[in-house]
Design a protein around this ligand. Structure first.
Ligand code: RTP
Ligand code: MG
Length: 159
């Protein structure tokens, strides 16, 4: 029962270029992951091509911020994590805080975006918003990772 999607949910977390560029902010966000007792299942740093960003954010195609979002996400290295936690998707989104930075500053000043977000585009982090998008986004960044195999056999890296 311990190793099931009900007991241990997976999410994809991204640290965006604005935060990866600043070692202390990168470290602070990483520390949030650790202190909230997520299991870090996978972690990698990469530079995204613009086409990858366009595909990833295709649901926002046509919105006024789409172009600058895509360009920003390809502007420098990002860090991707597969995180596991009993309530991984909701917990990570709660730790991130609201998308809009000024809202984050006021309603959740201690959240990641409330603390480090610069603008609505340069807002430090991304987190999957549902089980379905988590699966899709995990497969995007970690094509060799099999959720099913992980639940069935892979030894979790407990800290
Ligand atoms: P995310 O997908 O990044 O976790 O954030 P979210 O669900 O809270 O926000 P969503 O509505 O899915 O938007 C995706 C990303 O688009 C950028 N954005 N910029 N007004 C703007 O300039 C604006 N609005 C949204 C943000 O970077 C957001 O993370
Ligand atoms: Mg979203």
């Amino acid at each position: 029962i311990l190793r099931s999607p009900q007991a241990l949910q997976l999410t994809l977390a991204l640290i965006k270029p604005d935060a990866v560029a600043h070692p202390l902010i990168l470290e602070a966000v990483h520390q949030q992951i650790l202190s909230n007792k997520f299991l870090i299942i996978r972690m990698r740093e990469l530079l995204w091509r613009k086409e990858d960003c366009q595909r990833f954010y295709r649901e926002h195609e046509g919105r006024f911020f789409y172009q600058r979002l895509v360009e920003f996400m390809a502007s420098g290295p990002i860090r991707a994590y597969i995180l596991a936690h009993k309530d991984a998707i909701q917990l990570w989104r709660m730790l991130m805080g609201p998308t809009r930075v000024f809202r984050a500053r006021y309603v959740a000043p201690d959240s990641i975006r409330g603390s480090f977000g610069l603008t609505d585009t340069r807002n430090t982090t991304h987190g999957s918003d549902s089980v379905v998008s988590a699966s899709r986004e995990i497969a995007t960044f970690f094509p060799d990772f099999s959720e099913q195999r992980w639940y069935e056999e892979e030894e979790p890296q407990l800290r």
